[in-house]
Design a protein around this ligand. Structure first.
Ligand code: ADP
Length: 646
């Protein structure tokens, strides 16, 4: 559109892609979001100082908070988003449900009354029937929801939910909803302008979720009866009309897979993470629409001219380890191989050299596939997830690939329980022999040492093994190494060089030829060809194949020994398992604790992580304070072991 851009960044994002790629970038404060990205005054001040005339809030932080539009208004800035009034009316789930119901949009059966007394909730709960959900009216992002299975659980759950809602959102109001047992999450993208025009841009299905958070999203929703689709679009437009909606927004519904009409859930008064799938099926640029609408233009297209072509599916590639309870991971991205291909769009804010900090969300990239129908979109996505590679930080890529390749996903048999039903007991990577990965790591290592400056005439690589009858002089006849992989060490013997070598591991000998591109290696072994992408970070050699990264360390025998010390299991201290901010400390010096008791709660990447006592004993020292930012591995609390008194 030819509009110059100014990026606002926090101290943690100084070197980030958005700050580098904009025409100008301004710092707005420290890494802690509360002091930068959530600081409306700092954002508006930097907009004014840089001469910007409009603010686009993205889709996190303050994008759904009326404070920025109000401040924009007061300071002569244009707000690229809906009116503060529309944001406020949909920001409270209680108000949104009532407005929807007045507009004739059916919600999930529930209670959204003023009377917040226990007695009233108990009466309403039995009228609705169990199981049900208690939700914080001001909640969002899947937080503040609690499932209640039986009447005796209600009162304790209400008390806890009120306290949590007050602490997290500053508003203790709660509502009750019937728990839909086989729900599909379907949402309608709508757009309105300041002239009273409204259109829908079709629907998206976001049923694949974990912890009430979306992981896979697609447009259009598969297996939907035409009447149901029409009802969805019509209901979304009716609600938008009722609040005079004048921007891009999304109306969310639950559809009971067992049948029944779509039930209104809530409305998001902003652009959403998953807007890309709608862009691919409609061929429209939704951010361009937002900007045109904010500038006072009429909607670029009328409803009849908006088409939905083919199918688009998105996955959220997150820095988290599904094999370790989806623990968020942080660190430095050593390599990012974005495999571009027809029909594939990758939206990301990271690249090689980026650091993933514990301060913000763990999403690294969105991989979106478009095809002429759902089957081809799934095939393209699955292929892309086998080729994209992110090195240096663990990701959920192989898990996502496992989801999109699952027969149940191919059959579009979707409910929000997909993940727990498809991967009961959690998702596990297929063990895989890793033989090809290991060979690739060896050739990458051979090439790395071969091209190192220390291969001069004095280098041990050139001088070792002085006598040989079958090899060129100046090369060691046999290179003995230890290969470390997932904490285990395997000896190997290698002859040759990176382009052609023979290696013996575990008693089996392979002859390998390899060829290199900038970040990929092609191996030929026994007539089979394999292509893997790789990255090197010091002694770590990372290779990726079929969407899974394997990390090796190769240590020549002369340097071997020592190795990594095994993690001190059961050591009498509580250690930060990841970088984060100490949210609370449950103990004091001298206090007795039992094994497994929560000692410290760490906040990292918007989630709370409880750190437990590894042993029973008495607290010897507390080495952190609430609010402190701690590094991964930092010792937070020391425990004097010994059974606590009964
Ligand atoms: P948030 O604002 O925190 O995102 P939502 O009300 O949009 O909360 O709900 C998020 C998700 O929680 C839904 O997509 C769905 O998976 C689940 N959910 C919400 N309400 C219900 C309900 N009444 N029955 C079953 N699942 C629900």
């Amino acid at each position: 559109m030819g509009i110059a851009t100014v990026a606002a960044f926090s101290d943690a994002d100084r070197a980030s892609m958005h700050a580098r790629e904009s025409d100008e970038a301004v710092g707005i404060g420290p890494a802690e979001a509360a002091q930068s990205y959530l600081n409306a005054d700092a954002i508006v001040a930097s907009a004014l100082a840089s001469g910007a005339d409009a603010i686009h809030p993205g889709y996190g932080f303050l994008s759904e908070n009326p404070i920025l539009p109000k401040l924009c208004d007061r300071n002569g800035l244009v707000w690229i988003g809906p009116s503060a009034r529309a944001i406020e009316s949909m920001g409270s789930k209680i108000r949104a449900r009532r407005i929807a119901s007045d507009a004739g949009v059916v919600g999930v059966p529930g209670y959204d009354g003023e009377d917040q007394s226990d007695a009233r909730f108990a009466a309403e709960a039995s009228a609705i029937g169990y199981p049900l959900l208690v939700k914080a009216s001001a909640g969002g992002g899947g937080r503040g929801m609690r499932r209640i299975a039986r009447p005796d659980e209600l009162l304790p759950a209400l008390a806890l939910a009120r306290r949590e809602a007050e602490a997290a959102f500053g508003d203790p109001s709660l509502l009750l909803e019937k728990l839909i047992l086989r729900p599909r999450h379907i949402e309608v993208q709508i757009a309105g302008d300041k002239h009273g025009n409204l259109v829908h841009l079709y629907e998206r299905e976001c049923s694949i979720q974990r912890n009430y958070q979306k992981l896979v999203e697609e447009a259009p929703a598969p297996r939907l009866r035409p009447e149901t689709r029409a009802t969805l679009h019509e209901a979304a437009l009716r609600l938008a009309a009722a609040i005079g909606y004048d921007s891009l927004g999304t109306v969310e519904f639950i559809l009971d897979a067992e049948g029944g009409p779509p039930l209104f859930l809530e409305m998001n008064t902003r652009l959403q993470v998953e807007h890309g799938v709608t862009e691919l099926v409609t061929g429209l640029d939704l951010v361009e629409w937002q900007i045109r609408i904010a500038a006072g233009e009429r909607l670029p297209l009328t409803q009849e001219r908006i088409e939905c072509r083919g199918s688009a599916i998105e996955v959220r590639l997150n820095a988290e380890d599904p094999a370790a309870g989806y623990r968020p991971c942080s660190g430095t991205i050593v390599g990012f191989h974005a495999a571009t291909a027809p029909g594939i769009r990758i939206d990301t804010g990271i690249g090689a050299g980026s650091t993933v900090t514990p301060y913000y969300d763990s999403m690294l990239a969105k991989v979106i596939a478009h095809g002429e129908d759902r089957t081809s979109a799934v095939a393209r996505l699955s292929a892309a997830l086998g080729r994209v590679a992110i090195f240096g930080v663990r990701t959920n890529q192989a898990f996502l690939r496992g989801i999109v390749r699952h027969p149940r996903f191919l059959a579009a048999d979707l409910t929000t329980h997909f993940i727990e039903e498809t991967f009961p007991g959690g998702w596990r990577a297929e063990p895989g022999a890793n033989a090809v990965e290991r060979l690739a790591a060896i050739s990458v290592w051979m090439r790395a040492i071969g091209s190192r400056a220390d291969t001069g005439p004095q280098s041990p690589w050139q001088t070792l093994g002085g006598f040989r009858v079958s090899e060129r002089a100046g090369r060691p006849a046999i290179l003995r190494v230890r290969i470390e992989y997932r904490g285990a060490t395997t000896p190997a013997a290698i002859t040759g060089d990176a382009s052609r070598f023979e290696v013996t591991v575990d008693g089996a000998t392979s002859v390998v030829e390899s060829r290199f591109d900038s970040d990929s290696v092609t191996l030929v072994r026994d007539g089979h060809t394999y292509r893997l992408v790789f990255a090197i970070d010091g002694a770590r050699i990372m290779v990726s194949r079929d969407g899974a990264v394997s990390e090796f360390a190769i240590i020549p025998e002369v340097e071997a020994g020592g190795g990594q010390a095994a993690a001190a299991r059961g050591a009498p201290r509580v250690v930060a398992t990841m970088p984060g901010v100490v949210n609370s400390i449950a103990v004091e010096v001298g206090q007795e604790v039992g094994e497994g008791e929560t000692i410290v709660v760490l906040e990292a990447m918007k989630l709370m992580h409880s750190l437990a006592a590894p042993v029973a004993g008495r607290i010897k020292a507390v080495l952190c304070t609430v609010g402190e930012t701690v590094a991964s591995g930092a010792i937070l609390v020391e425990i004097e072991p010994g059974a606590p008194a009964a």
